[in-house]
Design a protein around this ligand. Structure first.
Ligand SMILES: O=P(O)(O)OC[C@H]1O[C@H](OP(=O)(O)OP(=O)(O)O)[C@H](O)[C@@H]1O
Length: 206
């Protein structure tokens, strides 16, 4: 087993294509894609290409910014955990005439990696909470909102959090590829993309 897995842009593209096909088959076309930045931005844009049929309108991509940081606050080593910091949230801005909220929508959340699952758990819980609050205020609680997830890679390891299926409202979790708990080197982090791609090819991640 390698201790560093190199992923090429080609590989990212193919994982997104396969993920989109599966998503369309199992869930149906999404109304909106929510990209978790920064790692979810590039996969979200690529997957959109495969979710839209020719001639159809583009699926809007919303960005949310979530960052993990080591929470050292509690002192002892065994208490050190990871906390999610919200750096950016939904903004329907100019879309708001046609797209007032996530209520009743088929939503696809995209990130590059599911590591400890802390980030995805946070994203689904907070988005669900937002929708519930607004739906109650507007008397639209009967509308069904579905949250699905697509990640390029899921690390096979013990997770720190689980995603509450009830909150997904019938949405599903899609993975490009399950991988061991190793360092994943994505192409957008590379300072030398040619060498990086060569490593990815050698490892068969093309
Ligand atoms: O499953 P988890 O343990 O929660 O880890 C996964 C998250 O960690 C990384 O985000 P990071 O905070 O490093 O920010 P970035 O996306 O901007 O690199 C990655 O992009 C995921 O969002």
């Amino acid at each position: 087993m390698v201790d560093k897995m190199y992923i090429s842009y080609n590989n990212v593209h193919k994982l997104c294509k396969a993920g989109a096909e599966e998503f369309l088959k199992q869930v149906g076309k999404p109304d909106v894609i929510i990209a978790i930045g920064g790692g979810g931005f590039i996969p979200a844009r690529i997957i959109r290409t495969f979710l839209r049929s020719p001639g159809e309108k583009n699926i809007p991509i919303q960005a949310i910014g979530l960052s993990l940081y080591e929470d050292m606050g509690t002192g002892t080593d065994d208490k050190i955990g990871k906390e999610v910091i919200r750096t950016q949230w939904l903004d329907f801005g100019a879309l708001s005439q046609h797209f007032d909220s996530l209520i009743g929508k088929n939503i696809l959340i995209v990130d590059e990696v599911d590591d400890t699952r802390t980030t995805l758990h946070y994203a689904v819980s907070e988005l669900y909470k937002d929708v519930k609050e607004i739906a109650e205020k507007l008397g639209r609680t009967s509308e069904k909102t579905r949250f699905s997830i697509f990640v390029l890679h899921n690390k096979l390891k013990e997770k720190r959090a689980q995603i509450d299926e009830d909150k997904m409202g019938g949405g599903k979790y899609f993975v490009g590829k399950d991988v061991p708990d190793v360092w994943i080197a994505y192409p957008w982090e590379s300072a030398d993309i040619d060498t990086h791609t060569q490593h990815a090819v050698e490892q068969g991640n093309i």
